[in-house]
Each structure stands twice: as structure tokens, then as C-alpha cells.
Design a protein around this ligand. Structure first.
Ligand SMILES: Nc1ncnc2c1ncn2[C@@H]1O[C@H](COP(=O)(O)OP(=O)(O)O)[C@@H](O)[C@H]1O
Ligand SMILES: [Mg+2]
Length: 343
């Protein structure tokens, strides 16, 4: 006999076990659950988010239970949104295999988003955490190069993919690993990019991780939006630089995260200053905007990172894991404190 679906069950678990329920959720006005946004909520929680009155929740539960028994349901089961409703395999029934999924975002390219992702991964790994990096910048991947990884990911049975492990033990997946030549361009249209991101997330055997850091594509366009919807991060770190705040891009980032009901866990000001060997600081890109970043995001400033030619050289050489810097150590400490993780 099929078990009864109750309001306290997590939506993700229900749709994973009973894919036929996706259409029922959708038919009852819970489209986000079908596209995995909010799918980690309970059914009651999802109903609250979508302002379903109690009687409608009862009806939803009745229909869900009817659907799993193959009985007719009261709503015309609308077609689930294309490419969505795919139950992600990462959040397993009894306990998630990945404790924290964190997306790193910036309003535009060249701000140092990938560098911050890579170095945050390195700092966390040095402290003994199990860390994965998902390079979701499909058309501008940089993680394989930064970690000096040229091996192809192993294909496992059932089309699962094993990520490539860095020398320091960080699991990495990046589009570069699937290209014949590193310089081959990825000239895909939106739906192909979306599919690749889905696969990087749900078809990769990430195993047990404390942190999966997701390097988002730059900007606030379709590509980062797709990732945010596919991956549903627990938190977002926004990377900015002193001259970026003058433009509207940081505000666009914030609005996008809020729109998706995400949580900004902190901001990082990159390229904040340059320090000479004798310790003099120069604010090359203008005065620091840290305080203003905090004011507009309402999230803590996790770090102000210096411009350091050495880090750029190490990244280019695939040796990011050899970089030592107190600024990045502080970034990781603040990051963990913000998430209230005690070692
Ligand atoms: N703090 C920094 N000091 C020196 N070089 C940096 C710094 N931040 C970023 N860079 C360099 O600037 C370039 C762009 O950074 P990247 O992380 O690729 O940006 P994004 O991912 O935002 O496009 C890279 O070559 C990177 O090594
Ligand atoms: Mg990048």
C-alpha cells in the first residue's frame, strides 16, 4: 500500500518518490515547487509561501494522494514547466548529502567572482571541510584552469559523472573538462546551457560535502537566473569592487536574489586596495564602498581583498591552492561565522 502524503513532508522528497505529483503541485498553484525553487520546504510551508488557504491545502493533499494511487484529481494537471520538475537527486530523503550550497554572484564579469569562489574553496578545504566547486559559468568556465585540472571526469554507470579532484582534495566540475581543447568555444543557446547546469548539479556524484560553491555566470541575465532556479542555493555571496557600486549592477544582484527568495549571506569587496611591500595602501579603484555595500544588502561584509598580482599569476598557472593570504583566511572565517558553523 502506498504511504500517505502529509503536509509535513518535504516537497522535494515527495516529487522524487512520486514524479507524477509534480503536475498536481503545479495545478494547485505551486509552480516553484515544480521547478525546485522552494522544494526543500514542507508541503505546508510551500502552501504558506504561495498563500494557499487551509482548505486549498487539504484539497492539494487529497489530490496528491489520489495521484499516487492513479486516481483522478480535482485540478486539470497542467503541464509542468519545460525542463523543470526534475527531482534533483542531491537532497536525499533522510539527510542532504550536501550540507550547504552557496552561490557566488557578481553583477558583471571581471570582478573576481571566480577567484573568490576558488580561494574560498581553498580556505575552507584547508580547515578540513569537504568542498566541491560547481563552475556554472558554462560559456566562460575558469575553474579547471585555476585548479590546474586537465583530466576528464569519469563517467559512472547510469550516466552519473564523477567530479575531478584537485591536488588539495576539492571536487571540481567545469565545462572545460568536457571540451576537446580548452580554447574551444561553447556556443550554446540558453536551453543547452540550462541542461548542462542541471546535469552538473544533479547527475554529478558529489557525495558527502560540507560546502558546494557554485560559481555563477556573471550578471543578472538568463544564465545566472537559470542556475539559481536549478540549484536553489542556501545562501548567496555577492562579489563587488569599489567602482562597481557606482553603477546599478550590485543593486540588480540584490534584487534578483530577493526576487528568488534567496538569502544574501555576505558581500565581498574585491580589488579594494593595493599594498606595497612596505605596507602602504593605495585604493586604486577609488575609496572602499564596504560600508555602503552592507547598508544596501543588509548582509555582513565578509572581506575586503587586495589586488595582488601574485594571486592572478597563480590562478593562471593552475596553482590557486598554493596561495597564502591572511585576507582570504579572514574571508573563510567570517563566512563560517555568518553561517554560525563552529569547528
Ligand atoms: N584581487 C585580485 N588581485 C589580482 N588579480 C585579481 C584579483 N581578483 C581578480 N583578479 C584577476 O582578474 C581577472 C578576472 O577575475 P575572475 O575571478 O575571472 O572574474 P569573474 O569571474 O568575476 O569574471 C582574473 O585574471 C583574476 O585572476
Ligand atoms: Mg568567472
Amino acid at each position: 500500500m502506498a504511504e500517505l502524503i502529509t503536509a509535513d513532508m518535504v516537497i522535494h522528497d515527495v516529487v522524487t518518490k512520486h514524479p507524477e505529483t509534480v503536475k498536481v503541485f503545479h495545478g494547485h498553484g505551486l509552480p516553484c515547487t515544480a521547478c525546485a525553487v522552494g522544494s526543500r520546504e514542507s508541503i505546508a510551508g510551500g502552501a504558506r509561501t504561495h498563500r494557499l488557504p487551509p482548505e486549498k491545502l487539504d484539497l492539494l493533499l487529497k489530490d496528491l494522494n489520489a495521484a499516487i494511487k492513479g486516481e483522478p484529481v480535482s485540478v486539470a494537471p497542467k503541464k509542468a514547466p519545460v525542463g523543470r520538475g526534475i527531482p534533483l537527486t542531491m537532497a536525499s530523503g533522510s539527510g542532504r548529502k550536501i550540507k550547504h550550497v552557496i552561490a557566488v554572484m557578481s553583477g558583471k564579469g571581471g570582478v573576481g567572482k571566480s577567484l573568490v569562489t576558488g580561494l574560498l574553496a581553498v580556505s575552507l578545504r584547508r580547515q578540513g571541510y569537504r568542498v566541491g566547486v560547481l563552475d556554472a559559468d558554462i560559456t566562460g568556465p575558469s575553474m579547471a584552469r585555476m585548479f590546474g585540472l586537465s583530466a576528464k571526469p569519469t563517467m559512472l554507470p547510469d550516466n552519473r559523472i564523477r567530479p575531478v579532484e584537485s591536488r588539495g582534495g576539492i571536487k571540481v566540475i567545469s565545462m572545460n573538462m568536457f571540451l576537446g581543447e580548452e580554447s574551444d568555444p561553447v556556443i550554446w543557446r540558453g536551453p543547452m546551457v540550462a541542461k548542462a547546469i542541471q546535469q552538473f548539479y544533479s547527475d554529478v556524484e558529489w557525495d558527502q560535502l560540507d560546502f558546494l560553491l557554485v560559481d555563477l555566470p556573471p550578471g543578472t541575465s538568463d544564465a545566472p537566473l537559470t542556475v539559481m532556479q536549478a540549484v536553489v542555493p542556501d545562501g548567496v555571496v555577492i562579489v563587488s569592487s569599489p567602482q562597481l557600486l557606482a553603477t546599478m549592477v550590485v543593486k540588480k544582484c540584490i534584487n534578483m536574489v530577493r526576487h528568488l527568495k534567496g538569502t544574501i549571506i555576505g558581500v565581498v569587496e574585491n580589488m579594494a586596495y593595493f599594498e606595497t611591500p612596505s605596507g602602504e595602501r593605495y585604493e586604486i579603484f577609488g575609496p572602499s564602498q564596504g560600508a555602503e555595500l552592507v547598508a544596501i544588502t543588509g548582509a555582513p561584509l565578509l572581506a575586503q581583498l587586495p589586488i595582488d598580482p601574485q594571486v592572478a599569476a597563480l590562478c593562471d598557472a593552475g596553482r590557486v591552492e598554493e596561495y597564502e593570504s591572511s585576507a582570504y583566511q579572514l574571508l573563510a572565517e567570517n563566512f563560517l561565522n555568518t553561517l554560525k558553523i563552529k569547528r
